[in-house]
Design a protein around this ligand. Structure first.
Ligand code: CP
Ligand code: NVA
Length: 302
């Protein structure tokens, strides 16, 4: 694997397989109470420009379980928030830390950080991508379905960081991806073009959620307004109202389809309560797996 994890597009099949195999071993060790302090004495810095529950907890607890520690660095409380430049922050932090996880707005900021840092940099979500999420979602799919190979994944909602990352994953792995997004809210054009060209099993974008959901093995959605888009929340509720995972959409999918959401969820908006809390939903297992997959990434990179 490369020094950093900035996107899933940079991974090859063996990288994906290595992460999933390691996550499986680490999950088993944890469940059986076997110590796995593989990162003893190591320190991860975690820079957050946006809120987080799962990402923060999974990286922080993950480092602890691996025998290391994690530092929560809210950029408001560091000199980064007062304008210290990325080049200086990255070079200097590389002398203290063994790895850095960053959650911020611009993908370019994470890439700049990685360029100047001599230690691994992990993308913990940007406006463009959320690689750690989709890696753990794929791990959950392997657990639930045996493999992602040949499956149809339907993503319904905003063409945001989660949708973009699904497209990058579909460019690398053999599964079919169907997206349904309202006009004007499609995924990133550049990522979409690369994905369509490179995907083996096909990536299609529809305006009709029922068409996207037809015969799907996995139904996936995310919030209509991402972090940083709070001002558009009300306007988006109107635009996205037909892009909801509800029982009609679920009916179009396969009988044994699973329903996924990266969380946090808004019941009654992108997904109804009966579906997210119903028998097809795997969202809590999905959230748990962030821990095991983050640990695998940390162990490989650090
Ligand atoms: N899914 C996810 O990344 O959750 P948080 O925003 O809580 O970290
Ligand atoms: N698209 C969401 C994902 C949160 C995990 C956001 O960026 O806010």
């Amino acid at each position: 694997m490369k020094k950093d994890l900035l996107s899933v597009y940079e991974l090859d099949l063996s990288d994906f397989e290595k992460i999933f195999a390691k996550a499986g071993r680490l999950k088993k060790a944890l469940k059986q109470g076997r110590p796995h302090t593989l990162l003893k004495g190591k320190t991860l810095g975690m820079i957050f420009d946006k809120s987080s529950t799962r990402t923060r907890i999974s990286f922080e607890v993950g480092m602890y379980q691996l025998g290391g520690i994690a530092l929560f660095l809210n950029s408001r409380d560091t000199q980064i928030g007062r304008g210290e430049i990325i080049a200086d922050s990255a070079r200097m932090m590389s002398r203290y830390l063994n790895g850095i996880m960053i959650r911020t707005y611009a993908q370019a900021s994470v890439e700049d950080f990685a360029r100047y840092a001599s230690i691994p940099v992990i993308n913990g979500l940007t406006d463009l991508l959320h690689p750690c999420q989709i890696l753990s979602d794929l791990f959950t799919i392997i657990e639930k379905k045996g493999s992602y190979e040949g499956l149809k994944i339907a993503y319904i909602g905003d063409g945001n960081n989660i949708a973009n990352t699904w497209i990058e994953a579909a460019a690398r792995l053999p599964f079919e991806l169907a997206l349904a997004c309202p006009e004007g809210y499609d995924p990133d054009t550049h990522i979409m073009a690369k994905g369509i060209k490179e995907s083996k099993d096909g990536i299609n974008i529809y305006r009709d959620p029922l068409t996207a959901a037809k015969n799907a093995d996995i139904l996936y959605t995310d919030v209509w307004a991402s972090m940083g888009q709070e001002a558009e929340q009300e306007e988006r509720k109107e635009i996205f109202k037909n892009y909801q995972i509800n029982k009609n959409v679920l009916k179009e999918a396969k009988k044994d389809a699973i329903v996924m959401h990266c969380l946090p969820a808004h019941r009654g908006e992108e997904i109804t309560a009966d579906v997210i809390d119903g028998p097809h939903s795997v969202v809590i297992d999905q959230a748990e797996n962030r821990l095991h997959v983050q640990k695998a990434i940390l162990e490989i990179l650090l």
